[in-house]
Design a protein around this ligand. Structure first.
Ligand code: G6P
Length: 607
């Protein structure tokens, strides 16, 4: 979603801001802008891509100054146009603001300000912050910000310039990420680490209601009582190349290919001396033995990981698992018991609904264990325990390595809990642990099918509808496979539990309809083959994804892709990969922007 970057230093700010915004492009946006302060604040904004903004900056002969803020906007209040894009400046020109999040009470505030003669230019909630700040401003920058915070409701990460302070950048956050980057004779703000990663690896991660006063030579952190706060410096150990394309045309393919290594790190770092060690969990063995129910909360692909996780955790631990869309969980008054466990899954760690769902769980005294990729993100910090997926930065909007590493952490949890609860024998645990450790190499073998999948994609690129069917865990994986295709190729795709076909979907099958059948579950295999025959009989073109050595499938399906043999409960990690590659090449064949699909955002920080 929206992205923020800011600079206070001695070098020209505009090139820094434009470069930082480029690194945030992956979050999804529909307009962008920068404001730079020298003798006055000059703002350049543009609807559309950053290239459009760059062209405007160049046409203006650059924007002079060494203090500035920039923003990529993903429209929520008001159309994506030049006027509504950020930064927004108050009527007097004193205060300029960039904002991520939503000011929930902006309408009454706007009415109040209008009654006092303030004229608004945009339709945004953000402009209210600039105008309110200006109205309340009494020469005391921090004091006014504290007053503003007392008046606004909602979520915000704010970057603020004031013409009375030519060397100062002000930042604050609540329920929306904001970091302060620490440089040499310059300092930065950003909504996301990759924006400034090639300038520094040292950061302060702001918590809610913490204010940062940033100058070229200093960073001061204050609480709402103006008391100084000391923060540990947070250091990242990946460099910018990990967040760049590295020779691939698109981040998505790079990230697909990074999956074996991501899984090796995620799984390998947690198995020592034939034992799974789940980092330093606060959750004790005694608590694990007493868990009554697990509530998994997540959105999008992370929710799909949760659905597969339910099958695996229930199978290995016999703990009942409910999987909720976070946006539903937070408002449905869930029934929670103190000995329940909530597992929140999120790649970005910033998804607003997932954050709200975990808060709901914690407010009910339920222990929250989160599975997160982005280190130091809000979800990670607000959880009782966190298991990082260690996938490295994921840039493409459509998640790949984020999802498969989430599955890996869920498998580790299931094995560990199953052992602690005495459901898994030592022998069974050892067999499954060995299978788990083999997954990264097995996933790598699947890349051998890339050319065949590309050809398949070209063959079916003009299809209007695709169905992905499976039973049990294969149904869970089908949901993710289907989403990949629809997200980036814009082909209508639906995942169906194969047993449900006869209750509706089968009426949509006609001559040439593409049906992908995932059939890796031994106990359900025959039934799935029968479902394949049913759709074949109605003219479908069937592509089957099965385990090596599967019987009778060649004669039934039109084309077959094989995954290496693994335990039935772990197959989703492998079956999804051919579908990631198929979706990727289908999007290419249809001329779609693979990494930045229309209307979607990588990190959804509003509900
Ligand atoms: C967005 C992304 C999806 C992602 C979902 C949840 O919709 O486009 O790829 O699965 O958010 O994001 P999270 O960061 O919480 O995993």
């Amino acid at each position: 979603m929206c992205g923020i970057v800011g600079y206070a230093g001695h070098e020209p700010a505009a090139p820094f801001l434009l470069e930082g915004l480029q690194r945030l492009e992956y979050r999804g946006y529909d307009s962008a802008g920068i404001a730079v302060f020298s003798d006055k604040v000059r703002t350049v904004k543009s609807k559309g891509r950053l290239a459009d903004l760059r062209a405007k900056v160049d046409a203006a002969g650059g924007v002079p100054g060494c203090l500035g803020i920039g923003h990529t906007r993903w429209a929520t209040h008001g159309a994506p146009n030049d006027i509504n894009s950020h930064p927004h400046t108050s009527m007097s020109g004193h205060i300029t603001v960039v904002h991520n999040g939503i000011i929930e009470n902006y309408i009454p505030l706007k009415e109040e300000l209008e009654a006092q003669g303030v004229v608004f230019r945009s339709e945004t909630d953000t402009e209210v912050v600039a105008q309110l700040f200006d109205k309340l401003y009494n020469g005391d920058l921090v004091g006014t910000l504290i007053e503003v915070i007392g008046r606004i409701r909602g979520s915000y990460a704010l970057g603020i310039l004031c013409t009375d302070y030519p060397d100062t950048l002000l930042a604050v956050r609540k329920d929306s990420p904001m970091i302060v980057g620490l440089g040499e004779h310059e300092n930065y703000i950003a909504s996301d680490i990759p924006a400034v990663l090639d300038h520094t690896r040292s950061y302060y991660l702001l918590n809610d209601n913490e204010i940062a006063v940033i100058k070229a030579e200093s960073v001061e952190l204050l609480d709402l009582n103006r008391q100084p706060i000391s923060h540990e410096v947070f250091t990242v150990n990946y460099d910018i190349s990990a967040a760049e394309k590295g020779g691939y045309d698109y981040f998505m393919m790079k990230e697909i290919k990074e999956q074996p290594n991501a899984l090796r790190t995620c799984i390998g770092s947690r198995i020592h001396d034939n034992e799974i060690r789940l980092d330093k969990l606060r959750l004790t063995d005694e608590q694990i033995k007493n868990i009554g129910r697990i509530h998994i909360v997540a959105c999008g692909s992370a929710w799909h990981a949760g659905i597969v996780g339910k099958y695996v955790i229930e199978e290995l631990t016999r703990i009942p698992v409910e999987v909720d869309l976070a946006s539903e969980f937070r408002y449905r008054r869930p029934i929670l018991a103190r000995n329940d466990l909530c597992i929140a899954i999120s790649q970005s760690g910033e998804t607003a609904d997932t954050l709200a769902a975990l808060r709901e769980a914690r407010a009910n005294d339920v222990h929250v264990l989160s599975i997160v990729n982005a280190v130091g993100s809000s979800i990670a910090r607000e959880s009782d325990d966190v298991l990082y997926t260690m996938a490295g930065p994921e840039i493409a909007v459509a998640t790949t390595k984020g999802y498969t590493t989430q599955l890996a952490v869920l498998y580790l949890i299931a094995l560990k809990f199953g052992k602690i609860r005495g459901i898994l024998s030592d022998a069974e645990e050892s067999r499954l642990r060995t299978a788990l450790e083999a997954l990264p190499d097995q996933l790598e073998q699947l890349f051998a099918d890339e050319a065949a999948l590309e050809a398949l994609a070209r063959q079916h690129a003009e299809k209007d509808h695709v169905f992905v069917i499976g039973r049990g865990i294969d149904y869970g994986a089908s949901l993710e496979s289907s989403l990949k295709l629809k997200e980036i190729s814009y082909i209508h795709s639906e995942a169906y539990a194969a047993g449900e076909l006869k209750h509706g979907t089968i009426s949509l099958i006609e001559e040439g309809t593409l049906v992908i059948a995932v059939a890796t579950q031994e106990a359900l295999y025959e039934k799935l083959i029968s479902n394949v025959k049913e759709v074949k009989a109605r003219g479908a073109y069937v592509v089957a994804i099965v385990k090596e050595g599967s019987r009778d499938v060649e004669g039934v399906a039109d084309q077959v892709f094989y995954i290496p043999d693994t335990a039935d409960i772990f197959t989703s990690t492998l079956t999804v990969v051919p579908m990631q590659i198929f979706a990727y090449y289908t999007a290419i064949a249809r001329g779609c922007d693979v990494d930045k699909p229309r209307n979607l955002a990588k990190s959804v920080t509003v509900e």
